[in-house]
Design a protein around this ligand. Structure first.
Ligand SMILES: O=c1ccn([C@@H]2O[C@H](COP(=O)(O)O)[C@@H](O)[C@H]2O)c(=O)[nH]1
Length: 319
């Protein structure tokens, strides 16, 4: 976690931009501008719409990354949006991660893996790469992954081991931001605690032997901005666990809501916003159907930067 904390300190900005493109979030003229190029490159006509969207996602992401790389420490590409497009989407996912790394950003792959140990070990190669001669082939260019703890310790250990080996990090779901999260996470345990509190204790334990120079381990926790009281209680309960805090903006979380998830020094957490930043162009009222694709991308970039600066300034105000 030390590299992430150093990047946060360098930008004085504990926020991460979520790269979650969807067809509705990319200006239509940007998608349309790739029609000819894609028609000539696909093997079957059926592949064309997904391939066209995938190329558009990359240009959209690139415009956003260029617009925010000097003011944010990290990006969080959400793999679901890319997987939905098949192989072309996966290619664009890896291209996006690589491009973000080249711009000096910490790349947090939101992939929410979780499986039995042997399969988790395969998934964990996303962090460690695969053996190639004397070295390793690492096509993903990421710094961290999100993981789901439902399968317990043997589903987590391969990721923690791979993170140690590759000097990377993991973030485990503890108290998620979604409305139904309480169905499981708030269940009472026989000893009087809640399920999410037990998961929190496991996560703190999984990190004990990887505590870095800033006092936080490689094993972080996902704690939703939509649960301010529980988030603050978790901060006290998990002194060595860095938090990834989604749910800011589009899901209703505010800077005041996340204040308690930071430590006394204003460290210990990074807050994500995806739609609030990458979809800011739609709310600006400045988009016109008559714009060219380049003009639309300029609007995307300018509004994303503005939204990222607003978020940074709002967080700074409460820290
Ligand atoms: O508890 C969780 C865990 C993950 N997420 C992910 O974060 C982003 C949030 O997107 P917004 O557009 O800012 O709402 C998205 O990728 C989720 O899958 C989460 O929201 N809550």
């Amino acid at each position: 976690m030390d590299r992430l904390i150093a990047a946060i300190n360098a930008t004085q900005n504990p926020s991460v931009v979520g790269l979650d493109p969807t067809e509705a979030l990319v200006p239509p003229q940007v998608v349309a501008s790739f029609a000819d190029e894609v028609r000539d490159s696909v093997e079957t006509p059926e592949e064309a719409p997904a391939a066209q969207l995938a190329v558009a996602y990359f240009e959209f992401n690139r415009a956003i990354i260029d617009a925010v790389a000097d003011i944010v420490p990290a990006v969080k590409p959400q793999i679901a949006m890319y997987e939905a497009l098949g192989p072309a989407g996966i290619d664009v996912y890896t291209m996006t991660c690589e491009y973000a790394k080249q711009q000096g950003l910490y790349v947090l792959a939101d992939v929410k893996r979780g499986d039995i140990g042997s399969t988790a070990a395969a998934y964990a190669h996303m962090l460690s790469g695969v053996a190639a001669g004397d070295g390793a082939y690492d096509p993903w260019n990421i710094d961290a992954v999100t993981i789901n703890p439902y399968l317990g310790t043997d589903g987590i250990t391969p990721f923690v081991d791979a993170a140690k080996q590759a000097d990377k990090d993991v973030f485990v779901l503890v108290r998620t931001s979604n409305p139904s999260s309480s169905e499981l996470q708030m269940l009472d345990l026989a000893d009087g605690g809640k399920v999410y509190e037990h998961v929190a204790d496991l996560v703190e334990g999984w990190g004990t032997d990887s505590i870095g120079a800033h006092g936080y381990s490689r094993v972080g926790a996902v704690v939703g901005a939509t649960h301010p009281e529980e988030g603050a209680a978790l901060r006290a309960r998990m002194p060595h666990t860095f938090f990834l805090v989604p749910g800011y903006g589009a899901q209703g979380g505010t800077a005041a809501d996340v204040r308690g998830m930071f430590d006394r020094d204003g460290s210990g957490a990074i807050v994500n916003s995806s739609r609030g930043i990458i979809g800011a162009w739609k709310k600006s009222g400045e988009w016109r159907e008559s714009m060219s694709a380049d003009e639309a991308l300029e609007l995307v970039a300018a509004t994303a930067r503005e939204a990222a600066i607003d978020m940074r300034d709002n967080l700074r105000m409460v820290l």
